[in-house]
Design a protein around this ligand. Structure first.
Ligand SMILES: Nc1nc2c(c(=O)[nH]1)N[C@H]1C(S)=C(S)[C@@H](COP(=O)(O)OP(=O)(O)OC[C@H]3O[C@@H](n4cnc5c(=O)[nH]c(N)nc54)[C@H](O)[C@@H]3O)O[C@H]1N2
Ligand SMILES: Nc1nc2c(c(=O)[nH]1)N[C@H]1C(S)=C(S)[C@@H](COP(=O)(O)OP(=O)(O)OC[C@H]3O[C@@H](n4cnc5c(=O)[nH]c(N)nc54)[C@H](O)[C@@H]3O)O[C@H]1N2
Ligand code: SF4
Ligand SMILES: [Mo]
Length: 694
């Protein structure tokens, strides 16, 4: 243990939920002699059944890292100056008060990162409540580039957001997803099903661990998935393999879909996708005939494209064509606990920045998601339009490395008068800040975790427990509560601490904080909603699955998925003459989360440096060998990075992970909105060129 640690729980084993990535595995924390000794996977937990990934295993290395900053600091003339929490709160309260008077509350914005967005709703919802009361609509988060696209697409198609029930499927399609690295509890469940005889189709430009186990591996060109999905529909419709009764009774727009799919026979799709026509046929037949079947869609690999919404719609449509909706082994939703609403009814005065450009990103049929588009926000900072934004609070995020076009992010942030960052470490973003606030790790906070089960089709609710305090680090929630009280919002923030707030949230559930504390693996809650549509139909305007979307049509978007090339395409225009390679970015590494954990020796030594993965044929062309330094260039920028020469990536495609300060791939990416519906950037299919170093 490091200095300044105060253990708050008695000797023994405390059960909690890991939060070093978005999945919330059950974790045991072993305490002996007043010291935290080790962490282990919780065997009784339905998600991870006793296992932890390397990050989870290194939880104490993270919490006790000597590089963690555990006191507030303000920017001084040279470097940083340690200050007290009282002073830090004074600085930010004065700033917020001043901004509101001089520019209006909308001139204050917040950027929320993954650790608190998915760290349990009791944190992020209270933060948004604070913004509601202060009066700014300008909350942004990584949802501007992650998973909201898929949620919107599934809602537009199915009226809800189901997940793949891999545990009961006989055929599983893993599409743009590398779960051994990005979702280790899911990978375990898929492997279990495969061991029980389920068939596996993998669709990825890289031969991943999962692809190596697949019955069929479709090595697709990045950015062409929509054409592939349409071609699979073409085969399923032509060969009459679809679920006729479901399609007739439960869907609208089949004729429109059929005529679009007719344009994508496998031979034509082969030219677009680079997947052999015969493999497309085989995949379509396998998916439509081995039942039940489900598609596990990566969390962003299909979304960060020109056809982001259409890719996700195509996945939902394939599920519907084969009648794999609300069934075991298909697409299912799980009931979610109904806690007391934390947002205020009169939330969001004014429209967040970016909503005019992407209205569906904000709201679908009155279901509001309540955030602006971060990428458009960058333009607002640079131009002062539609109005000036003066201060930014960065809560658990590192946009300087994780948002597209880092140079532009830096310039845009340079226009701000004031930046506060709440984080565990000194990040690239924090280096630009005026104020640094020390955050608590998940081992240092109490939090309600009510949706991890929903995401995994294993419904349960659990409690993350505060096990210790480290230095002067505060939980994000404690900070927002204290700030609310400082700002005079006591009446609307009546809770004295996290536990008090969670008790309030839990009221309608019939569960108490004590119930949750006692149940090591969380409390199973609710159930999978099997056959739900038979009682309730679908929550779309037509009450049916919308193969053809009138909503999209009326807003000027494609009503049926149609393939459109990426903003930079090897098949259209002249850019490929100068930049002949396709760049996909951000494939996950199980040892890291985005830009995190590079300072954790135990994890770093497993992958000491970033690499650009390229096919041996492309490496040979430029005289590069495995381990050589190369320069990668796009229209946006260039970086130096080590080459990793492999046979496991599609020729002409290269891959670079994100989150590495020493070779930041987002210096190469474009922040133009790629998907017109959501404004998502095109992280997964740009054009680049590579040359040997020197
Ligand atoms: N260890 C770890 N786990 C994480 C994260 C992390 O940073 N580290 N991040 C979390 C978050 S926030 C997210 S969003 C998820 C992301 O999770 P996923 O979206 O599932 O990301 P990956 O697991 O890297 O899988 C993406 C796969 O898609 C492939 N791919 C790239 N471009 C294309 C394309 O155009 N078409 C197709 N079909 N495939 C393509 C890549 O080669 C890669 O194998 O992971 C979560 N889990
Ligand atoms: N090129 C490219 N870029 C990408 C992607 C890609 O695929 N390609 N993927 C995108 C995706 S899907 C996502 S979700 C984003 C993620 O983007 P971010 O959320 O910005 O990613 P992180 O690097 O995880 O930043 C989280 C920060 O929070 C800090 N932190 C950890 N725990 C806590 C806590 O409890 N409280 C506080 N206050 N701070 C904490 C960490 O130290 C870290 O600095 O990246 C995106 N960027
Ligand atoms: S996958 Fe790893 S980091 Fe993510 S919650 Fe589970 S143990 Fe923690
Ligand atoms: Mo993400």
């Amino acid at each position: 243990m490091r200095d300044g640690v105060k253990v708050l729980q008695p000797d023994g084993i405390v059960h909690t939920a890991c939060e070093l990535c978005p999945w919330g595995c059950g974790m045991e924390v072993h305490i002996a002699g007043g010291k935290i000794e080790k962490v282990r996977g919780d065997k009784g937990h339905p998600l991870n059944e006793g296992a932890l990934c390397p990050k989870g295993g290194a939880a104490l290395d993270v919490a006790f890292s000597p590089e963690r900053i555990t006191y507030p600091m303000k920017r001084a003339k040279s470097g940083w100056k340690r200050i007290s929490w009282d002073d830090a709160l004074d600085i930010i309260t004065d700033k917020l008060t001043d901004i509101k008077v001089r520019f209006g509350p909308q001139a204050f914005a917040v950027a929320i990162g993954m650790p608190i967005l998915l760290g349990g709703n009791t944190t992020v919802s209270f933060l948004r409540r604070f913004c509601d009361i202060y009066g700014t609509p300008n909350c942004f988060s990584v949802e501007s580039l992650c998973y909201r696209c898929r949620i919107i697409a599934y809602i537009l198609t199915l009226g809800k957001f189901p997940v793949a029930d891999v545990a009961h499927a006989r055929c599983i399609v893993v599409w743009g997803n590398n779960p051994q690295h990005s979702n280790f509890p899911l990978a375990r469940r898929i492997i279990k099903s495969l061991d029980n005889g389920a068939k596996l189709i993998c669709i990825d430009p890289r031969r991943t661990e999962m692809a190596k186990r697949a019955d069929l591996f479709l090595q697709v060109r990045p950015g062409s998935d929509c054409a592939l999905a349409l071609s699979m529909m073409n085969v399923i419709i032509e060969e009459e393999l679809f679920d006729h009764e479901f399609v007739k009774e439960r869907t609208v727009g089949f004729d429109g879909l059929r005529s679009v799919a007719a344009d994508y026979p496998p031979e034509k799709a082969e030219e677009i996708t680079w997947v052999p026509a015969e493999q497309i046929r085989e995949a379509a037949r396998l998916f439509a005939t081995v039942q039940p079947a489900c598609i596990v869609q990566g969390t962003n690999a299909l979304d960060q494209h020109t056809v982001g919404i259409q890719n996700s719609r195509a996945v939902a449509i394939l599920q519907a064509l084969t009648g794999n909706i609300d069934n075991r082994g298909g697409f299912v939703t799980a009931s979610r606990v109904h806690i007391n609403p934390i947002r205020l009814p009169e939330r969001m005065k004014g429209t967040p920045i970016g909503v005019d450009q992407s209205p569906l990103f904000y709201e679908v049929w009155g279901r509001s998601f309540g955030e602006g588009q971060a990428i458009v926000f960058l333009n607002a900072l640079l131009t002062g339009e539609p109005y000036p934004v003066k201060a930014l609070f960065v809560a658990a995020s590192n946009p300087l490395l994780t948002w597209p076009n880092s140079q532009k992010v830096k310039e845009a942030f340079g226009h701000l008068d004031f930046i506060a960052v709440m984080d565990l470490f000194m990040t690239a973003t924090a280096e630009m800040a005026n104020l640094f606030l020390p955050a608590a790790t998940f081992l240092e906070r109490t939090e309600l975790c009510d949706y991890y089960g929903t995401l995994h089709a294993v419904p349960f609710i659990s409690l993350r427990k505060k096990i210790m305090e480290v230095g002067e680090a505060w939980s994000d929630l404690r900070f927002w509560f204290t700030l609310a009280h400082r700002m005079g919002y006591d009446a609307l923030f009546p809770w004295k601490d996290e536990e008090d707030a969670i008790r309030y949230a839990l009221e309608p559930t019939g569960l108490s904080l004590e119930d949750l504390s006692e149940h090591s693996a969380g409390v199973p809650f609710g159930e999978l909603r099997i056959d739900q549509y038979k009682q309730k139909g679908f929550a779309t305007p037509s009450g049916k699955v919308e193969l053809y979307s009138q909503t999209l049509k009326e807003m000027g978007y494609d009503p049926v998925p149609i393939h459109r090339e990426p903003l930079e395409s090897p098949l259209e225009g002249d850019l490929a003459k100068e930049y002949p390679l396709i760049l996909t970015t951000g494939g996950r590494d199980v040892n890291f989360l985005h830009s995190e954990f590079r300072q954790i020796e135990r994890l770093r030594k497993k992958r000491p440096h970033p690499t650009v993965q390229m096919h041996s044929s492309n490496a040979r062309e430029i005289g590069v060998e495995d381990g050589d330094m190369v320069t990668v260039e796009t229209r946006i920028g260039s970086i130096q990075i080590r080459a990793e020469v492999t046979e496991d990536i599609l020729p002409r495609v290269v891959h670079i992970p994100h989150g590495w300060k020493e070779a930041n791939v987002n210096l190469l990416t474009d922040s133009r909105p790629a998907d017109p519906v959501t404004g998502f950037p095109g992280f997964k299919a740009m054009l680049c060129r590579i040359r040997a170093w020197g």
